[in-house]
Design a protein around this ligand. Sequence first.
Ligand code: 2HA
Ligand code: ZN
Length: 273
Amino acid sequence: MKSPLELRVMQEFIETCTISWQKGWNERNGGNMSYRMKDEEVDAVKQFFSFDKPFVKIGLKVQNLAGEFFIVTGSGKCYKNVAKYPEDNICIAQIDETGESYRIVWGLVNGGKPTSEFSTHLLNHSVKKEATDGKFRLIMHAHPVNTVALTFILPLDSKVFSRELWEMMPECAFVFPEGLGVLPWMLCGGTEIAYATGELIRRFNTVIWAHHGVFTSGPDFDEAFGIMETVEKAAEMLVKVISCGGKRQTMKKEQILALSENYDVNIDKTLLE
Ligand code: 2HA
Ligand code: ZN
């Protein structure tokens, strides 16, 4: 191993930044992403880490992440530049033993700090690690146009968003059977929105921030990115349908439930009540 950049997971991280930017989800420095590294990935590249930077307070406590390492995008850094200059735009950060601070051990070579949403990312990681027995490792935040546009049109309610997007295509029930969490507009970048998102992400793998963007979570890049793609595609369909004058016919509740039963996906029926 010559550097952390040779890790397969690092290459996936970088590629995902590029694709997200190309999709228009992460304009300029918009959006952010973090990945909780596996022990074997840390072991493979640990010799490149430096442990001389000071610990910085997270603003909240994530005890079950103590000692963990995260690949994370830098605050104010452009997704567009990640592939060209990864060491300048992303970093690896380690959580201390109390779960209250982090320090940068690799990357951001020209200075900087992890994303302004790091506290939300870490709380989401903490919740998902516990809820999935350590399976979930990714948190992605982006500003996909159609999903955000819908937050100006639809009531800001999980039931409404879940049902409306499930109706767009069968794939939605397969990809997010648990539905979508929705938060009203809140000030971003702080711990209040971190706690509010953490509450919802326990139940949902996706949380929509009204008039701002989307958080998705998953065990790997395909899953976390896949939910973002699917939600945004369904949102685009709905925006087009609304723009064409609204639905004249649609999938019925029983048809959505039939998908759940016939394909053994555990759709949350309470969202259809
Ligand atoms: O600029 O997306 O939510 C990064 C963000 C803040
Ligand atoms: Zn954002």
